[in-house]
Design a protein around this ligand. Sequence first.
Ligand SMILES: Cc1ncc(C[n+]2csc(CCOP(=O)(O)OP(=O)(O)O)c2C)c(N)n1
Ligand SMILES: [Mg+2]
Length: 684
Amino acid sequence: MIQPNMDQLCINTIRTLSIDAVQQANSGHPGAPMGLAPVVYSLWQYFLEYDPADPLWPNRDRFVLSAGHASMLLYSTLHLAGVRMVNAKGEVQKELSVSMDEIKRFRQIGSRTPGHPESHLTTGVETTTGPLGQGCGNSVGMAIAGKWLAANFNRPGFELFDFRVFTVCGDGDVMEGVAGEVASIAGHLKLGNLCWIYDHNRVTLDGPANWSFSEDVMTRFIGYGWNVTRVADANDLPQLSRAYEYFLKHNDQPTLIVVDSHIGYGSPHKQDSYEAHGEPLGEAEVKLVKKFYGWPEDAKFLVPDGVYERFQEGVGTRGAEAHAKWKALFSDYAKKFPDLADRLCRMQHRQLPDGWDKNLPTFAADAKGIATRESSGKVLNALAQNIPWLMGGSADLAKSNKTNLTFEGAGEFFPDEFGGRNVHFGVREHGMGAAVNGMTLTGLRGFSATFFNFSDYMRPSMRLAALMEIPVMFIFTHDSIGLGEDGPTHQPVEQLAGFRAMPNMLVFRPGDANEVTECYKAMLQHTHGPSTLVLSRQAMPTLDRTKYAAASGVAKGAYVLADAAGGKPEVILMATGSELHLAVGAYEKLTAQGIKARVVSMPCWHLFEAQEAAYKESVLPASVTTRVSVEMAATLGWDRYIGPKGQSIGMHSFGASAPLKDLLKKFGFEVEAVVGVAKQTLGR
Ligand SMILES: Cc1ncc(C[n+]2csc(CCOP(=O)(O)OP(=O)(O)O)c2C)c(N)n1
Ligand SMILES: [Mg+2]
């Protein structure tokens, strides 16, 4: 039941806490929280099924603040709703996730209230937002996951999953391409569990939104296949309620609620204006605003009597009841369907099923060999049969990426057919990246796929996966000029160096089919960060592991594949991916000529860096300074391993459109060339 006075008091508490925190930090955006407080309050208080006492309850409604610059809006709400902290083991603590102290430490070092919401720091923050549009993308992945969970786990009489996903977004989000991509696919898939609330305040940072934005957003979303409704005044609680009810009744399509609001509502100078709304109000204006809200002008961080209780009566009580009902249902479910219940528990804790690595393919030595995209397809299919919640898809290149799950029962994820595991993202790389992050945040082991060159189109989402420490698998094929005739528009050069520079992103470039298997094992066991798997279009030899070292060395990131007699090489050849066999070929020739060589395979630099110094020294002894690296990519970064006396064979320009063998010759990726550089480095 709406209680006008009490609700207004709660809304103004959200506003003033946000204003005070921004003022104290002397940085941040107060305007959006002021304008949006009623929208978020009425959603949480009257509709969200969310238990603050157990914020990770699997069937909770998800609330995503895509407009991450309004972070104080979220922090104030989490605080007032009494959302508890959950520790790294997944145990709910007595402590609040966002205590008053944390609000006072907004934007300070080590606080749980950073400038933009970060999900790995703050319980109740469902995803990390800040780069506009990403939260919208994540929310579509969460909605996909919700539909998939319902299709796979619900049983007659056991509706375990029916959660909804709510996203608050602004003009900036709606302008971003990524949001357009995911809105398009959400409409196509008819994700009726998804609701975006668009804060139509007609301003962005630089000025009135109409300086740069005049399209008819409602018509655009109708075109995407969304239900669209409008609330003419963000302060009108009954109207907001009617809009949320409209969403709940229309679950055949996603819903967009356009809310007309005034940024910095109540601010005398900045009301309905675009001046400086990305800045603190200043002490004088803070007082005027508080006066407008009927607040004691000098009070700071004030939570009036009854406000906490009011949140408890609303979201707290409704969430606790829904959660208790769910728990009872789940306990019966676990008796009837113990295997499914076990799956859910493991998903929740990012664990894998027993036997997750059984029946993985091994590949016999073969001079002609196969492309790593081919071996990847086989390994991925074997793993997906062992791990029922491994799912994902490609941005319209599944046939080239070899990422289709082809075994019986894998199924497609289509509108009204939500049980399948092959998602067809269409030509929407950025949206795919953001959606796969959302799927992974919801417990799935998500993967995406496209050509490596198009990682540029999804890098912002990959970066957030790394920041969020979530185990997404980003699979890429066509990894170099080795793709041939498609030419330089499709041939990546600088991408490997770029991802190797990204914190917390494991980058794998396997050198033969058996290394592919080992890379997947390492990726799946890496639960607190994403992986980027970089695969070839062209075939490469499958190395004879009776002659050379076992591929299990991949687990250490780099390993000695072939060595000089007595383990005392004069020259070290280092390589990854399709160049590994060039290093091996050169090694054989050098050995035949009496030159003592070693080959080091380096599929994952990050893992190698994490090894103990003694291991690293055993692979790359400091005493051997004659070193050569071979990789069909920018050489940036190899200097770390070749040292001042070494040489890198790599790409120093864009590639070219030509048959593969001509490209290899033109750019110097042949065994003889490696032998030549090795000898030159040795001074012979
Ligand atoms: C990808 C990206 N580009 C730019 C920014 C910087 N930025 C933060 S808020 C904002 C204005 C967004 O306007 P709107 O979404 O309408 O939010 P409002 O100012 O109305 O709260 C911009 C450009 C960002 N956070 N992310
Ligand atoms: Mg705006």
